[in-house]
Design a protein around this ligand. Structure first.
Ligand code: ADP
Length: 521
C-alpha cells in the first residue's frame, strides 16, 4: 500500500512539534536546576537526583522517549556539575573526562534509574495516548452508527409510506425454516394485526374459497420447483368484501444454498373495479352501436320476416282450398300445415336472432362453429346485399375447430365488416360488386376470418386512423364500428387488421381467434 505523502505544511508542523518536544527536555532540566539552586539557598537541602529524574519523567511524558533521553543526558551533566563543580572553563572541560571513581557508580545508577523511569513514562504516555485515540475512534464509530441507524429508520419510514401509497406490501419467505416476513402494508392488505409469526395458514385462510386451490397449488409448486411466481387471486375479508391482489415473487438462494422468496403483494382492487367499469361501459357502447346498426338493417330484417310470413299466408290459403273441396284432400292439407309450421319457425328464428342482437349486453362465451355464426348473420343481411347489388361469395374451410366466443359479439363484428364492404363498393359502377367472406385455420393454429371487397380501398392518409374512435369518412357515419369490432376481437384474444388488396381494388379486413385447447382436445 502506498503511504500518504506529507504535504509541506504537514512536514513543517511535524518538524516544529519535534523541536518543541526537545525544547521541553531542555526546559524541564533547566527548571530542575533552578529548583535545586532555590532549595540549596533557602532550605539547605540538595534533592538533585530526584529533581533530575522528575525532569526526565516530565520530558518523557510530554515529549516522548527521545526528549526523555536528552533530559537524562543533560541531568547527568548537571549532577556531575553539582557533585564536582569546575573552578573554570578549562576545568569544566576536563571535569567531564575526570570523574572520580566515587561518582561514577552514582552517575551510572542515576542514568539507569532515569532511563528506566523514562522508558516507563514514555510507554505509559504512549499507552495512554493510544487509549485516548481508541476511545475517540470508538466515539466516532458510535456516532457514525447512530447516524446510520437514524438514516435506516428514516428510509424504513419512507418505504412504509411509499408501500401504503402504492398499496404494495413486501414479504420474505424462507422455505427451509418456514419463516415468513410481512411488511406493515402486507398485514394491512390481508387484514391482519401485525404478528411476528406469519404462517401459510394465515395466507390460505384469507384466500377466497374459489381461489384457495390456486393459492395452495402455487405455494406447493413454488416450494418444490424453487421458481419465481406471479399470480393474481382474491381475498375474502372478514366483512364479506372481496379484494383482488397480485403477488410477484423472486426466488433467491442464500450462502447456505437455502431457497428463499422475496416478493411484493399489490392490492389491485381499484384497478380491477376500474377495468370492470370500463368493460361494462364498452359493452353498453357496443350494444348502442349494434342497435343503431340494426336500425340500418330494418329493411333487410323486415324482408327476412316477410318472406316466411308470405309463405305462411300462401300455405294457409292452399290448406283451406284442399279442405274446402267436396272431398277434402287431407294429405295435401297436412303438407300445407307442415309448410306453415316450418315457415313459422323460420320467421321465429329470424325474430329470435334480431332479439338476441338487440337485447344482449353481458358477454356469454360458448364453443362456436365460426361458419355457423357467419351464415346465421348473413341470412339477416341478404336483402341488404341484394338491394346494393352486391354478390356474396363464401369461402369457408370445412369442419373448422370450435372457438370459445360470444356469438352476438362476433356477429356484430361481421355485420360491421360486411356493411363497410357494401358502403365501400357503393361508388363502383364499372365492375361487378363482389364481397368474399372466408374462413380458415392458419399455421399458428388460430381461426382466420376475412372480409374482402372490391370497393374504393383505404387511402394512405386514413390507414392509421381506421380504428380510432369517431373516425369516419361517411356523411352519416358514427366512426365507432371498427373501434368496437377491434376491442371485441382483442377481448377474445385475437387481432383485427385491414389492408388494401394486392389487385389494387378494394380492401380486406381480417380477424383471428385463438383456439381454446380445452374445447379442441
Ligand atoms: P363508420 O362506418 O360509421 O364510418 P367504422 O368505424 O365502421 O365507422 O369505419 C370507419 C371508417 O373506415 C369508414 O368511415 C371508412 O372511411 C373506413 N372503412 C371502413 N371499412 C372500409 C372498407 N371496407 N373500405 C374502405 N374504407 C373503409
Amino acid at each position: 500500500m502506498i503511504g500518504r505523502l506529507k504535504s509541506p505544511p504537514d512536514q513543517w508542523r511535524s518538524k516544529s512539534s519535534t523541536i518543541s518536544h526537545y525544547a521541553i527536555a531542555v526546559l524541564s532540566v533547566a527548571i530542575a536546576i533552578v529548583l535545586v539552586e532555590f532549595l540549596t539557598v533557602f532550605l539547605h537541602t540538595e534533592p538533585i537526583a530526584s529533581l533530575m529524574i522528575s525532569a526526565a519523567m516530565f520530558a518523557a511524558w510530554f515529549g516522548g522517549f527521545g526528549p526523555g533521553l536528552l533530559a537524562i543526558a543533560l541531568a547527568v551533566l548537571a549532577i556531575h556539575f553539582y557533585v564536582a563543580p569546575p573552578s573554570n572553563s578549562f576545568a569544566l572541560k576536563n571535569s567531564l573526562f575526570s570523574l572520580g571513581v566515587a561518582e561514577l557508580p552514582r552517575l551510572i545508577l542515576f542514568s539507569i534509574a532515569a532511563l528506566f523511569v523514562t522508558i516507563l513514562t514514555s510507554a505509559q504516555r504512549a499507552a495512554e495516548q493510544s487509549l485516548r485515540r481508541s476511545r475517540d475512534e470508538l466515539l466516532v464509530a458510535f456516532e457514525h452508527q447512530s447516524q446510520i441507524k437514524d438514516a435506516l429508520r428514516q428510509s424504513e419510514m419512507y418505504l412504509a409510506e411509499a408501500q401504503r401509497l402504492s398499496r404494495t406490501g413486501s414479504f420474505g419467505w424462507d422455505i427451509s425454516s418456514g419463516n415468513i416476513f410481512w411488511s406493515e402494508e402486507s398485514f394491512r392488505i390481508y387484514g391482519y394485526d401485525p404478528t411476528p409469526f406469519v404462517t401459510l395458514d394465515l395466507v390460505l385462510q384469507r384466500a377466497h374459497p374459489k381461489d384457495r386451490t390456486l393459492v395452495q397449488r402455487t405455494i406447493d409448486s413454488a416450494s418444490s420447483d424453487g421458481k419465481d411466481f406471479d399470480y393474481k387471486y382474491r381475498l375474502l375479508m372478514t366483512d364479506g368484501s372481496v379484494k383482488h391482489i397480485h403477488v410477484v415473487a423472486h426466488a433467491v438462494r442464500d450462502q447456505g444454498n437455502q431457497l428463499k422468496f422475496i416478493g411484493a403483494v399489490m392490492d389491485i382492487t381499484a384497478v380491477k373495479q376500474a377495468e370492470e367499469e370500463l368493460h361494462k361501459t364498452r359493452t353498453e357502447l357496443a350494444h348502442a352501436v349494434r342497435v343503431s346498426t340494426l336500425g340500418e338493417l330494418t329493411a333487410s330484417i323486415a324482408h327476412e320476416v316477410n318472406q316466411p310470413l308470405a309463405a305462411i299466408v300462401n300455405a294457409a290459403i292452399a290448406c283451406l282450398r284442399w279442405l274446402n273441396r267436396e272431398t277434402p284432400n287431407l294429405d295435401e292439407a297436412r303438407r300445407a300445415v307442415e309448410w306453415i309450421t316450418k315457415e313459422g319457425n323460420r320467421a321465429g328464428e329470424v325474430i329470435r336472432r334480431v332479439h338476441a342482437l338487440a337485447n344482449k349486453t353481458a358477454t356469454q362465451e360458448a364453443p362456436l362453429d365460426i361458419n355457423d355464426v357467419i351464415s346465421e348473420i348473413i341470412a339477416l343481411m341478404q336483402h341488404e346485399l341484394d338491394s346494393h347489388r352486391v354478390a356474396l361469395r363464401m369461402e369457408f374451410a370445412p369442419s373448422l375447430p370450435m372457438v370459445l366466443a360470444d356469438r352476438v359479439e362476433l356477429q356484430q363484428v361481421i355485420i360491421n365488416l360486411v356493411m363497410n364492404g357494401i358502403d365501400s363498393m357503393e361508388p363502383i359502377t364499372d365492375r361487378p360488386r363482389e364481397l368474399v367472406i372466408g374462413s380458415r385455420q392458419d399455421k399458428a393454429d388460430q381461426i382466420v376470418v376475412t372480409v374482402e371487397d372490391c370497393g374504393v380501398g383505404i387511402s394512405a392518409e386514413n390507414v392509421d386512423r381506421l380504428f380510432d374512435a369517431f373516425f369516419t369518412t361517411k356523411p352519416n357515419g358514427m366512426g365507432m364500428g371498427l373501434r368496437i369490432s377491434r376491442s371485441i376481437i382483442e377481448a377474445h384474444g385475437g387481432r383485427l387488421s385491414a389492408t388494401n388488396n394486392n389487385s389494387g381494388l378494394g380492401a380486406t379486413f381480417l380477424f383471428t381467434l385463438p383456439l381454446n385447447e380445452e374445447i379442441t382436445s
